[in-house]
Design a binder for this molecule. Structure first.
Ligand SMILES: *Cc1c(COP(=O)(O)O)cnc(C)c1O
Length: 486
């Protein structure tokens, strides 16, 4: 590795700060802290100068790949550029320095922001009420299914099954299982949409809900939604929307108008807040009239100009997060929505759709397109043609790194062999899209002419091919001081 650990840069006695001379009486540390709490040994911290620290972390950031560095077409993840004004707002002292245990009287501004954000989100998705508590999309799914269970329980039978199409994101069946339901898979048809016949064949009074992603993970709009809704109504099942792809629908279609009962929204995708590497997310859910009373507590209430926390909701599923959820992410999303306005948000979706379709048109001649339906904000190609030359989709993804691009999502959705799922997002220029298309076309050529070269890629990155299974299972990310090792 070209970058040492900061501990390895350490030199005894070197410091990165100077303190002014002590101008108060010195106190022995034993007089302040009971000796049983005092450590017996000096902590082994790196002793480095300020410029060592800066160079170390800037060096690390250059080894990493991120949206501020380049194009990041990771399908489904919506790695769009995050405007820096969001950061300015999130770091305002009044937001950054508040404590969740503060009296609601003292944090009226924060409560107002959350109240307003709930209202904006409800307007955007056409729902009655929302909760900002879930900390991620998957957590929103779980919360939504808890609401659905509470709804059915209220009617005497919590029911047993949750249906989901075979193109669903892995979190969907996981959430269904964790919330105590049996996850039942429904086929996709040759157009890449949910197969209505298969859906109807699985519907009965034990079905609690159908979870549908719209546009789905192939980037396709589920156009039979009215028939789907009617079929569910017949057996009293609810309709859940995985709204991770909402960035295709802003100002164009509202899930509430389509008949969905719950939708989760990934603020960290659609509403431009940094994510990845498990960083903070926020997965609010918005619900139709019939699920409002089950929403988590506390609900934020507005009486006149005053905001308060309402815990008195007897049918609520309770708290599903510590305090209010990830507040910093909410500030960023709020800022973004206010900055864009309704026309701006509509333009976001239109540009996302235009960018995806432009890229698709450029790449179509070189890669297989398993579902020829016109996509919205992302599309899925197959590396089947390249596989005939012994080149796998992994190799294509690795080679892209040599061209300076992050790879698309690969091997998902599971229904596409050798899948390459490409989401350019709304924030990329035609020049960037063209450069990416040129790289993909060049790689398709290399696959035919020099497949061995692709097996060696990447050759320009700090590390090349890792043993991914081992990297995940035998993760060593903690430096151990010698005193502990010995
Ligand atoms: C990202 C995503 C999720 C899960 O969201 P997280 O915030 O990562 O938990 C669920 N469904 C789809 C389609 C997604 O793209």
């Amino acid at each position: 590795m070209p970058e040492k650990l900061i501990f390895e840069l350490s030199s005894p006695g070197r410091t990165g700060y100077t303190l002014p001379e002590l101008d108060v009486p010195e106190m022995a540390v034993e007089d302040c802290i009971p000796s049983r709490f005092l450590r017996k040994r000096e902590p082994e911290l790196p002793e480095v100068a300020e410029n060592d620290v800066i160079r170390h972390f800037i060096g690390l950031s250059r080894l990493n790949y991120h949206v501020d560095k380049g194009f990041y077409p990771l399908g489904s993840c919506t790695m769009k550029y995050n405007p820096k004004v969001n950061e300015v707002a999130a770091r305002m002292e009044g937001f950054a320095a508040i404590h969740p245990h503060q009296d609601p009287e003292d944090v009226q501004g924060a409560l107002e922001l959350m109240y307003e954000l709930e209202r904006y989100l409800c307007e955007i998705v056409g729902m009655k009420a929302a909760s900002l508590q879930p900390a991620a999309g998957a957590h929103g799914e779980l919360t939504g299914l808890m609401l659905i269970r509470a709804y059915h329980e209220d009617r005497g039978n919590p029911r047993k099954k949750v249906l989901l199409p075979d193109s669903a994101h892995g979190t969907n069946p996981a959430s269904a299982t964790i919330s105590g339901y049996q996850a039942v898979q429904i086929r996709s048809n040759e157009k890449g949409l949910i197969d209505l016949e298969d859906l109807k064949a699985h519907l009965d009074e034990e079905v609690a809900a159908l979870m549908l992603t719209n546009p789905n993970t192939l980037g396709l709009f589920e156009s039979q939604i009215e028939e789907v809704k009617a079929a569910l109504d017949e057996v009293g099942a609810l309709l859940y929307m995985d709204g991770a792809n909402l960035n295709a629908l802003l100002g164009i279609v509202r899930p509430g108008d389509l008949g969905f009962d719950v939708v989760h929204i990934n603020l960290h995708k659609t509403f431009s807040t940094p994510h990845g590497g498990g960083g903070p997310g926020s997965g609010p859910i918005a619900v139709s009239e019939r699920l409002v009373e089950y929403l988590p507590v506390p609900r934020i209430r507005k009486d006149g100009e005053k905001f308060s926390l309402d815990y008195d909701r007897p049918k609520s599923v309770g708290k599903i997060s510590t305090f209010f959820g990830n507040f910093g992410v909410m500030v960023r999303a709020f800022t973004y929505i206010r900055m864009m306005g309704s026309d701006g948000l509509k333009q976001v979706s239109r540009n996302a759709i235009l960018n995806a379709n432009y890229l698709l048109e450029r790449l179509k001649p070189y890669y297989d397109l398993p579902y020829p339906t016109r996509p919205m904000h992302e599309f899925v190609l197959s590396g089947n043609r390249q596989k005939k030359h012994g080149v796998r989709t992994t190799d294509i993804a690795k080679r892209l790194l040599d061209f300076g691009f992050h790879a698309p999502t690969i091997y998902f959705p599971l229904i596409v062999p050798e899948a390459l799922m490409i989401e350019p997002t709304d924030t990329e220029s035609k020049e960037t899209l063209d450069a990416f298309a040129d790289a993909m076309i060049q790689i398709a050529r290399e696959a035919e002419e020099n497949p061995e070269k692709l097996k060696e890629a990447p050759v320009t990155t700090p590390v090349s091919r890792l043993d991914e299974a081992r990297a995940a299972r035998d993760l060593r990310i903690r430096w151990q001081p010698e005193s502990v090792m010995s």
